[in-house]
Design a protein around this ligand. Structure first.
Ligand SMILES: [Zn+2]
Length: 409
């Protein structure tokens, strides 16, 4: 893809749009009944997930709890854990919850999984619906507070039916490489970083926001120390996903996948992003399940497409044989739907990657970059955390009930 030039909006207009949209400021109150679902380390989250899984296993003796080790060069004790409760009688429907594809986003993913297991699964009729929940699909990133894997790979750019995904060219990224993967050690207080928003606005004026988002976020396969790197080969996760998710899906007539993420979008809001939906049958089913809720179908100017994402891969692998319903649940943190929010958000990603790849200017710089990164993917705010789970508690049962009553003929 080439970067396209658009007639310039003025810098002032763009900054004003950004300022007027960002920081709505009124967060709802914290909910003490929801905060216990959140923990502060990968190990704690994993233990809490496994404890909930054990509770369910006592209630549903057919349930299977599995732990798939992911060997890492500099780490041990990393697992993808899964809970599978088979449908009691009829294998009509399979609900799949995927969490932690982007390591650090797994904190919120774990909380969502724990809430679903504690408060929802026991209320569902599992006669005709099986449930499969995966915890920490990228445990190394989760533990080390990175989105990517140990090899700097964004797992959601790393999947495909074959290896052709690794041949994808992203010329837009290549032409922005100096901005996205700067030389030198990371220092949020440097002059270059203080002027980053202005520099970004210059590029936005020159190329348009949509073109830039696409260039940066769609994934690239050339710069292995860069951001949104999709890898040169599949990560070990692919084999586990094939075995667990595809293997289990094969036994059912339909599959509904919910993949939990944080970061993109309006702070505290649960956004529903389907992957670009390829089949009419899927679209019709989704319109039934999500009726009355706002779904970003991808026809707005803001949308960006990605290559190698997990849910798109599952759709390609599963949907020819059975009804497949894919949905991303993305919990916003930085108001990245606004210009300023998305500039801050990309600056965070660049700085964090720069620090990991090239080191930090000082201990303070390291701390500040780490703090900002967590703020972008796992905000400590109890109000934010409560708001995330409040939406899950209110809306997930609606979606699952509608899926359970969806005609399959
Ligand atoms: Zn994500």
């Amino acid at each position: 893809m080439r970067l396209r030039k658009v007639p310039a909006l003025s810098l002032v207009t763009i900054l004003m749009i950004g300022l007027s949209c960002s920081g709505n400021g009124h967060e709802e109150a914290a909910d003490p009944s929801l905060l216990p679902y959140f923990q502060e380390s990968y190990g704690q989250c994993r233990a809490a997930f496994l404890a909930r899984a054990d509770e369910l296993k006592r209630r549903y003796p057919a349930a299977e709890i599995r732990s798939y080790p992911l060997p890492a060069a500099k780490d041990s004790g990393l697992f993808i854990d899964s809970l599978y409760i088979p449908a009691g009688r009829h294998r009509d429907r399979l609900l799949v919850v995927l969490t932690g594809v982007h390591g650090v986003e797994g904190f919120a993913g774990s909380a969502v999984a724990q809430l679903v297991m504690k408060e929802m699964v026991p209320k569902w009729d599992l006669d005709r619906m099986g449930v499969l929940i995966l915890h920490a699909i990228n445990p190394w990133g989760f533990k080390n507070h990175r989105r990517v894997t140990e090899r700097n790979v964004d797992l959601n750019r790393n999947f495909g039916l074959d290896r052709s995904v690794f041949e994808t060219k992203n010329e837009g990224y290549a032409s922005l490489q100096a901005l996205l993967d700067p030389e030198g050690k990371a220092d949020p207080g440097s002059l270059a970083n203080r002027f980053f928003p202005l520099k970004a606005v210059y590029y936005i004026v020159k190329y348009s926001m949509k073109t830039l988002r696409e260039a940066v976020l769609r994934g690239q396969y050339r710069f292995e120390r860069g951001i949104y790197f999709g890898g040169r080969d599949f990560e070990p996760q692919k084999e586990i996903i094939d075995r667990v998710v595809l293997g289990t899906s094969d036994r059912y007539r339909s599959v509904f996948v919910m993949e939990v993420h944080t970061g993109y979008g309006e702070r505290g809001t649960m956004h529903l992003f389907p992957d670009p939906v390829k089949s009419k049958r899927t679209r019709a089913a989704m319109e039934r399940i999500f009726r009355g809720y706002h779904v970003d179908w991808g026809d707005t100017g803001d949308f960006y497409t990605t290559t190698g994402d997990l849910i798109g891969y599952l759709e390609d692998a599963i949907s020819p044989k059975r009804l497949f319903i894919p949905m991303f649940f993305e919990f916003g943190t930085m108001d990245s739907q606004t210009t300023l929010g998305s500039i801050r958000s990309i600056q965070n990603v660049i700085l964090e990657n720069q620090g990991v790849q090239r080191g930090y200017e000082s201990d303070e710089a390291r701390e500040e970059v780490g703090r900002r990164f967590l703020e972008a993917y796992y905000p400590p705010s109890p109000e934010w955390r409560s708001r995330v789970l409040r939406q899950v508690r209110e809306q997930f049962p609606v979606f699952v009930e509608r899926y359970a009553s969806l005609p399959l003929e």
